[in-house]
Design a protein around this ligand. Sequence first.
Ligand SMILES: Nc1nc2c(ncn2[C@@H]2O[C@H](COP(=O)(O)OP(=O)(O)O)[C@@H](O)[C@H]2O)c(=O)[nH]1
Ligand SMILES: [Mg+2]
Length: 156
Amino acid sequence: MNKVGKFMLIGEIEAGKTTLLNALFGKNEVARKTQAIEFEGNGMDTPGEYFCHPRLYAALLCSAQDMSTLVYVHPADRDTCRLPPGLLDVYVGKNVIGVITKTDLPDARPDAVETLLRENGIHGSIFRVSNTDSGSIEVLREVLLGTTTLTKECCA
Ligand SMILES: Nc1nc2c(ncn2[C@@H]2O[C@H](COP(=O)(O)OP(=O)(O)O)[C@@H](O)[C@H]2O)c(=O)[nH]1
Ligand SMILES: [Mg+2]
């Protein structure tokens, strides 16, 4: 069993990372474009660029060093995944979980996205959220901000 501890949100630009972090911490502000790493409580937000450009992977991995949990964020309406194979498995012993955002969109396909995430190496729990559904945020808040312990399947 692994504690969530500090967690880091990673994923492509516009995946909904900043909106999610704000919602988790009850901040009602509209997400600005994330230009640098930002902290909120035990959570870390990262710019999508870190994830999209191979030359910036080092920055991402460096920031991930102190984190116990890596949270890969992917929108429900995007059916491609640019997660570089093995990137999240670099550190042994971290929890690697997935969050599918924007499930409220009319063209959301969360089942297909969940399959995509599994194919791309997200072995741990996968949560589905929408910022229009406070219940979905509450479930994730319990996991990331609460005292829940993740099961072994979440460990890379
Ligand atoms: N419909 C919908 N839009 C969302 C949701 N979460 C985020 N967005 C929108 O998606 C866009 C990108 O969000 P942002 O949090 O900045 O993404 P980031 O680049 O991953 O940090 C913004 O216009 C958000 O308002 C959601 O659950 N549903
Ligand atoms: Mg952002």
